[in-house]
Design a binder for this molecule. Structure first.
Ligand code: FEO
Length: 383
């Protein structure tokens, strides 16, 4: 498939994978994108996951025929993109690997003893392929330290590495925003500052096509994707709404969460998202917390602390620099409810949190007093 002016797609779809990176459920599979640029000189952009070496090499050969590639450009060394470097060199031993100093340290660690020709590039360096020039811009921690983006100035094409990627294979037609958001917050969410730095480098750069390493090639309405990346990486609010994340052992905390959701709707709140942290995908719950402006945590005291799945959830949020939101707590306990203090302690380093003083303390099951508290909390949330 030609994307634009002798840039060809040679990636693969993975429907075997169950958990991407060993933890993110991917019911629609995953795409590992790779590209071939044919010019006076030929460059291949990244490889793919090791399970797809033969299919990928066959795709490359399908575009190249008997031509020999001059370069293999390595934008990212995570093995979903780099695992076939050695197999590529076995077929094309004269190709020069292009990367930065950090790239080559990682190559030597992943592929011990591999011999190769290399070209080390620096920030802003240009590689001419003859008719076009490729400019490299480093994007450390988007999502590893060695990551670099590549810009084809003549054709206004940005090769964006993991940025603008999403979960899901390319032969499954699902909405970009949802699975790109889950991918972003799951994988890159901690590195908002670094994503902002990368976006600043792209400001003023004319881009007509974005070629990421996962997900579809983006050609239309690029402002939409750039704007979402700006909101996500600045920990802003994408959608106004209340997320109620709960755990419930015998259904009483869940009941309180459902009552709160109903009260919020009665008060005119248009968007209320309920999530069961044990049964629903926790990374969906993570992206929901970052997407919206208000978050209610409803849970029980357990072993004198926080119920395990809630603790895990808060860990996911805080380690990704959760900030700039309103939060509230509903707690349940049959003899000594005491999880509010440790929950607040977990958020101690979160910047700019508005913690509502309205809270709900349930003793085993929802009481009349709790109904009053829930109503007050709902009112505070919609204020
Ligand atoms: Fe798609 Fe960070 O690898």
């Amino acid at each position: 498939m030609e994307i634009k002016n002798n840039i060809f797609y040679v990636g693969v779809n993975d429907h075997q994978v169950d958990y991407f990176e060993g933890q993110f459920v991917v019911p629609d599979g995953m795409a590992y994108n790779s590209y071939v640029i044919i010019d006076e000189q030929i460059a291949v952009m990244d490889t793919v996951d090791s399970n797809f070496a033969d299919e990928w090499l066959s795709n490359v050969k399908g575009v190249l025929g008997e031509k020999q590639p001059n370069y293999l450009i390595i934008q990212h060394m995570e093995p979903d993109h780099s695992a076939c470097i050695d197999k590529f060199l076995a077929v094309y031993p004269n190709a020069v690997l292009v990367g930065n100093n950090k790239t080559f340290l990682m190559i030597d660690n992943f592929f011990r003893g591999l011999a190769y020709n290399k070209k080390v590039v620096n920030e802003g360096e240009i590689l001419s392929l003859g008719g076009r020039e490729l400019t490299f811009a480093f994007a450390p921690m988007v999502h590893w330290p060695e990551v670099m983006l590549t810009y084809d100035k003549q054709n206004k094409v940005l090769f964006s590495a993991d940025a603008f990627g999403k979960f899901g294979a390319l032969d499954v037609d699902d909405e970009w925003d949802c699975e790109a958001r889950r991918y972003y917050f799951g994988i890159v969410g901690k590195y908002g500052v670094q994503v902002q730095s990368a976006l600043k480098k792209l400001a003023g750069v004319e881009i007509e096509v974005i070629c990421p390493l996962h997900g579809p090639i983006l050609k239309e309405d690029l402002g939409h994707y750039l704007n979402l990346y700006n909101v996500w990486s600045s920990y802003g609010v994408e959608t106004k709404g209340v997320v109620i994340a709960y755990t419930s052992v015998y259904g009483n905390t869940k009941k309180a969460a459902l009552i709160l959701a109903e009260k919020l709707k009665e008060l005119g709140e248009e968007r209320v998202v309920l999530t069961d942290l044990v049964r629903d995908d926790i990374y969906e719950a993570v992206e929901d917390a970052f997407r919206h402006d208000r978050l209610v945590l409803a849970t029980t005291t357990y072993n004198g602390g926080i119920f395990p799945k809630m603790k895990e959830y808060i860990d996911h949020l805080t380690e990704r620099n959760f900030q700039n939101k309103t939060i509230a707590i509903m707690e349940n306990g049959s003899w000594a409810p005491m999880c509010v203090k440790p929950i607040l302690a977990m958020f101690e380093k979160s910047k700019n949190l508005n913690v509502l003083t309205e809270s709900v303390k349930i003793l085993s099951s929802v009481s009349d007093q709790n109904l009053v508290e829930i109503e007050a909390l709902a009112k505070a949330l919609v204020k």
